[in-house]
Design a protein around this ligand. Sequence first.
Ligand code: SAM
Length: 202
Amino acid sequence: MEKEKLIKKYDRQVDTYKRALNNRTLARWRTELLNGAHGKVLEVGVGIGSNFRFYNREDVNLTGVDFSPEMIKTARKTASACQMNAELFQEDVEELRFNSDSFDCIVSTLTLCGYSHPTQVLNNLHNWCKKDGTVLLMEHGISSNFLLSNTQKLIDPLFVKAVGCHCDRNITNIVEQSHLKIERTQSHWSGIIQLIWAKPDK
Ligand SMILES: C[S@@+](CC[C@H](N)C(=O)[O-])C[C@H]1O[C@@H](n2cnc3c(N)ncnc32)[C@H](O)[C@@H]1O
């Protein structure tokens, strides 16, 4: 899908993400994942800022990036409501450039499903993360259940059309193919949701 079309698709999803803020299961996973985030933190595909209330705002200096202007506009409001120290800008994550070793922690929640080249994005995160830093991921992808995974493969083209992202990506494989080193994982909903704590392997 063309980038402009994709951006507009995400622009129209702001209200969906606002409603999802009330999802207690997502909130529990976000709490667990982001518990240890500290220092200079980069969040890619920041959306409306659904993670902001789960950071320890005294310990986090956040840079957030999203290519959807509507998401970034809403994320700025969320940051101000949470009194978060955040610099938020509209940019395509696949075009982003930072110096090596720029961040103590890099966060991606529910974004690897959307990139054209997810492994390349992870390799960039690897490069921008400090040697002793952490990369925190909460991603959705293909289930370990045969029936569910077959359904996901079948509906993937429709899913992309409706939502803009893939529902049949193998997240663990994608991370394993990158330069990151997986330290810990948690799997939920028959493998559809993966929480991954990773480190750069430098
Ligand atoms: C499924 S939403 C997740 C939002 C947020 N991370 C969360 O956990 O609720 C995916 C977000 O990634 C953004 N996104 C997808 N592809 C992107 C890209 N190439 N560059 C920047 N942002 C992107 C979308 O605009 C959207 O806000």
